[in-house]
Design a protein around this ligand. Structure first.
Ligand code: ZN
Ligand code: ZN
Length: 252
């Protein structure tokens, strides 16, 4: 079953001009899941739907550019005009501790009343009303998962933050759409090891995984985006595009 991916935040590590950090809305039939929840992404989400109508939020790792907007959303749900609301939260190690650490006293205690927390980690599989998630270990300085998300025969692979490797190729193999981070461009040797990908590395992984289309995201806000696109096109012969806030792609 075809489903839709709406980008809510395409900027890597920090916000860019008019561009939020990582957040993606998955819409499959009546099911709506937010994948990652970085700075500014929930402002964009609310252009498309109400936060409390989400079926779930899935967070890939505890870096703030992937989860910090849940702090504000806690207050929206807790003090909702129609009474307290609850949303399912699938969280990787350390996410809940980070968020409750930022909430004071009573609010921290009430976090589980507002978010129904499900602990997830690499190797796990779970489903949210017709969207099936399979999680793979990512190469990144904190526990992080890449996700293979399937609705019947339509497959989206999401790298989250990753320095690549065989697990990411397994995650993405044959995917209809590969949403892959390309934080940097230029030569990989110019950047720290084991943290992120350059655009040319993202293209190379897409080729190795045999994906249909590549969608580059998590570009540093200050980067020359056209250069990133050119570099990925040199290492992947299929369709490549740049993720942009509030644009929608169909996974089919
Ligand atoms: Zn990030
Ligand atoms: Zn990260």
């Amino acid at each position: 079953m075809a489903f839709e991916l709406t980008v809510l935040g395409s900027s890597g590590s920090h916000t860019g001009p008019g561009r939020a950090c990582s957040g993606y809305l998955l819409s499959a039939g009546g099911t709506r899941v937010m994948l990652d929840c970085g700075n500014g992404s929930t402002a964009n989400l609310q252009r498309h739907m109400a936060f409390e109508d989400l079926d779930a939020v899935v967070v890939s790792h505890r870096h703030v550019d992937h989860c910090i907007d849940l702090v504000g959303m806690f207050y929206l749900l807790k003090f909702h005009e129609d009474g307290p609301r609850q949303v399912d939260l699938y969280a990787t190690p350390g996410v809940v501790d980070l968020l409750t650490g930022l909430l004071s006293g009573d609010s921290a205690m009430q976090f589980p009343e507002v978010f129904r927390v499900h602990d997830i980690d690499a190797g796990d599989r779970f489903s949210v009303d017709g969207l099936d998630f399979e999680l793979f270990p990512s190469v990144h300085p904190v526990p992080t998962v890449s996700a293979r998300i399937t609705a019947e025969d339509a497959v989206l692979a999401y790298s989250a933050d990753s320095a690549g490797g065989g697990d990411l190729v397994d995650c993405a193999h044959g995917a209809d759409l590969f949403l892959c981070e390309a934080t940097w461009n230029g030569e990989p040797e110019d950047w720290p090891e084991g943290v992120h990908l350059t655009a040319s590395e993202a293209g190379r992984l897409a080729t190795e995984a045999g994906v249909d289309r590549l969608l580059l995201t998590h570009l540093l806000g200050s980067l020359d985006r056209d250069r990133s696109l050119d570099e990925a096109r040199r290492t992947f012969a299929g369709e490549v595009s740049l993720a942009d806030d509030n644009l929608t792609w169909t996974v089919a």
